[in-house]
Design a protein around this ligand. Structure first.
Ligand SMILES: Nc1nc(=O)c2c([nH]1)NC[C@@H]1CN(c3ccc(C(=O)N[C@@H](CCC(=O)O)C(=O)O)cc3)C=[N+]21
Length: 300
């Protein structure tokens, strides 16, 4: 059996199209233009690429993009003060501070300073708590994107066995929560899990979010399972020439493709969904801020 390749890039393009429609409708019917502020501290080259891509897509769907660049040696106080200014700015509906922050800056304090209703990353503890409590809130972009791909392929997830490998606050934990809320039977595995291959073999749904290149092997996968690879790891690729690199996920794609029913590639899988969901969350935040219903296509 050769797995179906889940085209996250195409799905994300479709979602951005729906976001663009909602943005146009907000403009026409309510005179609102959603605004997303993106804050980049320092000059990490990978972060610069991601942030530019976010800003470009923000404008493409018809929203306002507010770019803020701060030097790596900015003080915690200045960064917090920028976040407070954005919290108070009525044109700004969503705030994203790109992580990781340069050494010496306190990421957690930044997260807690962002207004809960503008927290389009869904990282604020109050949004995390809302997800657990089953209350409406902003859901972290990567798990939201994974959920959309799963529901598109599988429909109802109730009763399915899901394994989430990784327990981070930005992916693993919210992912497990979303799956639980969708009535899947969820196991959260991590670096201390005993006999991980056996645990993964029971899963109809595998979410790999550990950050270890190609760690999940083909013979761990239950035949026909749906595999969502969240990992984005840059590894050396001497076969492409000296000093060249390539992106791989946390799953051995070639091996898993022989067994799984469907699998997301890296690149072109979850990554593009993360950015599309950031835009979707910005529309969600705009609707909520104005007492308007949140369009169902933007949620999971
Ligand atoms: N506050 C904050 N929010 C984030 O959501 C956030 C962040 N900080 N810091 C960094 C990570 C990483 N991240 C990615 C988004 C899209 C791709 C993506 O589109 N990747 C492409 C390939 C990109 C390439 O070729 O390098 C793909 O997988 O197809 C990757 C990574 C968001 N992050």
């Amino acid at each position: 059996m050769v797995a179906e390749r889940i085209d996250g890039k195409a799905f994300a393009a479709g979602l951005r199209g729906q976001v663009a429609q909602e943005v146009a409708r907000l403009k026409e019917e309510h005179g609102l233009t959603p605004g997303l502020a993106v804050v980049l501290v320092g000059e990490d080259p990978a972060s610069q690429v991601y942030v530019r891509s976010k800003e470009k897509m923000t404008v493409e769907v018809g929203m306002n993009s507010y770019a803020h660049r701060l030097p790596a040696d900015v003080s915690q106080g200045e960064l917090i003060s920028l976040v407070r200014t954005l919290n108070a700015d009525r044109a700004v509906n969503g705030i994203l501070v790109q992580f990781p922050l340069p050494k010496g800056l306190d990421q957690q304090q930044v997260i807690e300073t962002i207004s809960v209703v503008k927290d389009v990353d869904g990282f604020h503890p109050q949004n995390a708590g809302r997800l657990v409590a089953g209350m409406p809130g902003l859901v972290p972009c990567t798990p939201l994107g994974c959920m959309m791909l799963l529901k598109d392929r599988l429909g109802d997830l109730s009763g399915l066995n899901a394994v989430v490998i990784g327990r981070s606050t930005i992916v693993g934990k919210p992912m497990a929560q979303l799956l639980t809320n969708a009535s899947a039977t969820v196991t959260v595995a991590h670096s201390r899990t005993k006999d991980l291959p056996e645990v993964v073999r029971r899963a109809d749904i595998v979410i790999a979010a550990v950050g270890r290149p190609e760690m999940v092997k083909g013979d761990w996968i239950k035949p026909g399972a749906t595999v969502i690879d969240v990992g984005i790891n840059r590894i050396d690729a001497p076969e492409k020439g000296e000093g060249k690199t390539r992106l791989v996920g946390d799953v051995d794609f070639a091996g898993a493709s022989q067994v799984a029913g469907a699998i997301t590639p890296v690149p072109g899988g979850v990554g593009p969904m993360t950015i599309a969901c950031l835009l979707a969350n910005t529309v969600t935040a705009t609707c909520k801020a104005n007492g308007l219903p949140v369009p169902a296509v933007l949620t999971a």
